[in-house]
Design a protein around this ligand. Sequence first.
Ligand code: ADP
Length: 370
Amino acid sequence: MMCVCELQEVSAPLHCSSRVVTLDLGCVEMDDTTEPYFSFGIIADIQYADIDDGYNFLKTRMRYYRNSLSLVKDAVQEWNAESVKPKFVLQLGDIIDGFNVPQKTSDASLDKILTELEKLKIPLHHIWGNHEFYNFQREYLMESKLNSKPIEDEMGQLSLNEDSECPSGHESFYVYHFSPFPKFRFLLIDCYDLSVIGREKSSVKYGKSLKLLKDKNPNENLNSPRGLDEDRFVQFNGGVSCTQLNWIDGILESSDENEEKVVVVGHLPIHPDSTDTICLTWNYEEMLSVLQAHPCVVAYFAGHDHDGGYCVDEYGIHHITFKGVIETPPESQAFGTMHVYEDRMVLKGRGLVLSRTLHYRNSRKADPLH
Ligand SMILES: Nc1ncnc2c1ncn2[C@@H]1O[C@H](COP(=O)(O)OP(=O)(O)O)[C@@H](O)[C@H]1O
C-alpha cells in the first residue's frame, strides 16, 4: 500500500449523508499492487491571459493570469511522467480568460494553452464555461479545437439507443459521451444551453433565458446577485434545457441497462453542498433528479467555483468541484489524476486539489442510501 500524504479527505457513500465526509486519516490508500483499469487527468478554470495578476470582482482573491500557463506546463510534465500515463484529460472549462477579448488575444492564448496540453498526445475532452463564451461565439466553438466531440469515436463509443443521437441545428447544445473502458462512460454536458452568454440574441433560447434571468434577478446589472434569495440567477451562470435533460436521461437509461458506471461532467456544479451557491446551475434541482434516478451515475465533476468543493449526496453520487488553476499561487498547483478501479476511483490531487477515494454506490436501484 502507498500513501498519498497531501490528502486528508476520504469519502464513501455513508448512510444518509449528503454532506462532506471528512475522515482525518492523514492519507488516502493507493493500492499499488493492482493496476487501475485506466487513469485520466482533470484540470479546471485555467483562465489564461498574458496580463498581470489581478483580483476577482470582489477583490478577495488574486488571479494569476500569466502564471496559469506555467502551471499547465508543469501539469503536462507530471502527467507525462506518471507510471500509468492518463488515457485522456478532462478540461473542465474556462480555458482562457475573458480579459483576452479587449487584448484581441483570444486565438493566440487558446493556441498557447492547447499547444502545451497537446504535448500529452492523448485525447483532450473540453467542457465549455462562461469564459469560452466571452471569447468566442458558439458557432465558432463548434468548429474549433475546443469541440472535442469528434474524438468520441476513438474512445470506444458503445452502441446505445438510436434516439440517443444528439439534436443538431441552431439551438443545439454541446454534449457527448464516450466509453474509454468497458462498462465505464463519461457524459459531457452543456450548462450554458440556457444562457444569455453564447446564444445569439435572435435565438429562442436567448429570449427564454433572458426572461428567466430577469424574473429571478431584478438588478440592473444581471451579473450582480445583490438582494437575491437564489443567488445563482446571475448572468455568468446558465441552465440545461428540457431537450438536453431528456437526452441525458436517455443516455443514462441505456447505461443502466448496460450496467455501466457513469461520470457526468459539466462546467457548473449541481449540488449546493459542493459549491458556493452563487456558482450553481440555474436548474440544478432538475439535473440532480435526473442523475439520481439512474443507478449508473457514480460521480459529477465541475469547475467554475475556484475554491472547489465536495460532497456525496444521499444517493451515493460524489460531487467534486475542482479548484481553479487561475487562483492558484505560482508555488502551488491545481490538477489531479484519477485512477479507476473496479470498486472505486482514487483521485491523486496536486497542490490545492485534495486526493480522495470515491467508492462507487453499490445499489442497483435508484434509492437513496439509508
Ligand atoms: N458580485 C458581483 N456583482 C456584479 N458583477 C459581478 C459580481 N461577481 C462577478 N461579477 C461579474 O461577472 C463576470 C464573471 O465573474 P467572474 O468572477 O470573472 O467569473 P469567473 O469566476 O468565471 O471568472 C465578471 O464580468 C464580473 O465582473
